[in-house]
Design a protein around this ligand. Sequence first.
Ligand code: FES
Length: 170
Amino acid sequence: MSDYKQQVSRRQFLNYTLTGVGGFMAAGMLASPLRMAIDPVLQPSRSGDLANVGLAEEDITTEPQRVEWKVEQVDGWYESEVTKSAWVFKNDKGEIVALSPVCKHLGCMVSWEGSEKYPNEFFCPCHDGRYYKDGTNVPGTPPPEPLDVFEQKVENGMLFLGKAHPRKGA
Ligand code: FES
């Protein structure tokens, strides 16, 4: 009788031990991907960050000029430095306009007056995509919507740009 009791006790002990070790290992295996999935969500948003693009407001004219700047990009746990660019100019009202150079058709880079056939327009060489100066897509050309517009501000006479946001299509 006492042998039986001792045998049951060993089984229970083994069960508890294996369950405990198994649970500990499972928790360890799940912790990393779970933390990876949740942690970026808990991080403070960097969307409000605007970067100094190295262009003085007084140097911005009505002629679009391309500016490039570098930003730290955080993708989950991966941090990297990426180069961003924009077409910047002043419109007829003297307001600063900063357009994304990324074509809204399939993502090629547009150029100001990139085609001799279409002066005063942004041109995408990949499929002859065209945009008016304000970034609105020319109807009947491949791009389905206007170029994205960057968040912007001027501080101490310098232009700061943030994220580019889409607009409604033409
Ligand atoms: S990617 Fe620009 S027109 Fe197709």
